[in-house]
Design a protein around this ligand. Sequence first.
Ligand SMILES: [Zn+2]
Length: 189
Amino acid sequence: MPVIREPRKSRGLIRSLNRSGVRDDKSPNVVRKAKTPPDPSICERCGAVYQRKTWRSDRKVTDELSAKADWVVCPACEQVSRQEGQGRLVLLGTGVAANKETIRRRIENVARRATVTQPERRIISVDELGARGEEGLEVLTTSQKLAHRIVRELVKLFDGSARYSWQDDGTLYAEWRYDTARIKAHKRG
Ligand SMILES: [Zn+2]
């Protein structure tokens, strides 16, 4: 899979936009900003537990733990409430339109698996591109890795072509194009 980095010129442009504040609402990097919570802590929104320096959603909240833990909002819940994505996927092509339900289910599966061990990795939204011209889907995730993983799984299932571009603000922009006219048989997944 080709990895395409943004050309220097456009990175400079993004940086200057950040400085002038135009993109301020989109630029904060959650990883850089997140402060370390007291150990242990429990997220009051999703029940994820922060212990031994990591957030996990599969840790049991016992009476003993909840008695000594602080109640905080975990980075993922904070990010979801601000609607910021660290991963932005755009899925395009006739094959996407024709397989939307299968694609949505696959995305949900990948996300569900990721969330068990890494609650901070999740999907913020899956929306139709619709109004913005081409038919397709836009997926926002709280994590670059999850975004990357979803694209990899879609390529495994259908082929198509993927391209990735890492932005200066810490987000990964990925585009997956799948046209049924050009790629006839799709693999069984
Ligand atoms: Zn949470």
